[in-house]
Design a protein around this ligand. Sequence first.
Ligand code: HEM
Ligand SMILES: *[C@@H]1O[C@H](CO)[C@@H](O)[C@H](O)[C@H]1NC(C)=O
Length: 472
Amino acid sequence: MLMHVFLFLGALSCYIFIKRNRRDTSKLPPGSLGWPYIGETLQLYSQDPNVFFAKKQKRYGEIFKTHILGCPSIMLASPEAARFVLVNQAHLFKPTYPKSKENLIGPLALFFHQGEYHTRLRKLVQGSLSLDNLRRLVPDIEAIAVSALDSWAAGHVINTFHEMKKLSFEVGILAIFGHLEATQKEQLKENYSILDKGYNSFPTKLPGTPYKKAFLARKRLQEILKEIISERREKRVTEKDLLGSLLNSKDEKGGVLSEDQIADNIIGVLFAAQDTTASALTWILKYLHDHQKLLDTVKAEQKVIYESNDNGNLHLTWAQTRNMPITYKVIMESLRMASIISFTFREAVTDVKYKGYLIPKGWKVMPLFRNIHHNPEFFPNPQEFDPSRFEVAPKPNTFMPFGSGVHACPGNELAKLEMLIMVHHLVTRYRWEVEGSESGIQYGPFPIPMHGFPARFHKESVEEKRRICGAS
Ligand code: HEM
Ligand SMILES: *[C@@H]1O[C@H](CO)[C@@H](O)[C@H](O)[C@H]1NC(C)=O
């Protein structure tokens, strides 16, 4: 626990101190700021963070102040407040990340930015991940999913989360580069995994530390990307993948993006795509495993598609992936239950008034997605896994697994497509059992099932499949 605290204390940097006498603090939202500097960080990390937020919300309501990770912060637990910060008044709140993390990913990656530069890059990323482009990726994503599943079914126990990370990395590479040469892909993979290991470690330049190693790996990634870029330029082909869009982009004055801008955004997208999708997929497997009846209905839905594809001999089509209503609801409910991005951070760029409360300039603002997703007012019996609740659309701004507003996730359709394809192949041809009985949640920093959900996968024999299909 203490390790956790020290990891994070150095991480966020706040250059402001609360000047209790100079500012009119009577208009601040309710809440307690705890001890100086440490604030309420100890309370936050000494218990399940969700319990911490929920307790506060119960005591103070939809908006309250606290002091965590060295920063005075205001937490927002209502759909309206989240909308205010992320959508309506988004220009008054800028993204804010620890410098040490920004440097590892690349300071020019879009999610650190606001305004013109952000808009330009966002259009490019969104365009490359448009439905039209994703449609063409179906066969390749399918091949990645099938080959992953085959490799798991060798009988040994696998760490589901780790394996899902390999899968989401492959899909990320596909969306960014299209087909990449094998050695380049291998080099990217090796170096990126070093970066990944150091990302949540204590930021220090001491040699041999995970952070320093990550920093060096980031430099090598830059070199590899430069090589890929120059090769692509020589070929003079205009691809529709993300690299192609970034290379072809010209602003009104004809200005192109620099190599650093391109590289930072490529690493940024890889980063945004990997752990999020892997964590979601791991939760889906866990929830399906824990709800066998539901698994049967998902199987029945997928079986129909499987059979219409000549028992899996034909490829899954885009149209089929758009018509998996039960599986889709399972994915939505998994995203709600797990709320992988529990909250996000913004920083007020000026003094802002919200419902009579003051949000002072420089303070962190945190929309609490998980609290909204677990509020019984919007989702009755919130602790119950019940995909049927998505038969009616959630109320506006109550369901934000992919965020909202100008920084909302541009990869959400790709993530959903990947999950649908994976579930199709998983449930039609495999079964899985959990290894060990430990339940619980682990934070890394995204929530995942304990120990990454160790499991054994088995390919179903033809007889077994007949039996199951016949029964359903
Ligand atoms: C289940 C998987 C995923 C989840 C739950 C998820 C969630 C999110 C959320 C909540 C945000 C907004 C963060 C904020 O407002 O502070 C976000 C942003 C972003 N996501 Fe995702 N994401 C997922 C998968 C992906 C994938 C597959 C990609 C790319 C291929 C991606 C790329 C991005 C990018 C580039 C941003 C930053 C957008 C901006 O700042 O304008 N994400 N994601
Ligand atoms: C990282 O990238 C470099 C190229 O810059 C490559 O030589 C090396 O094999 C890659 N892998 C590791 C683990 O360093």
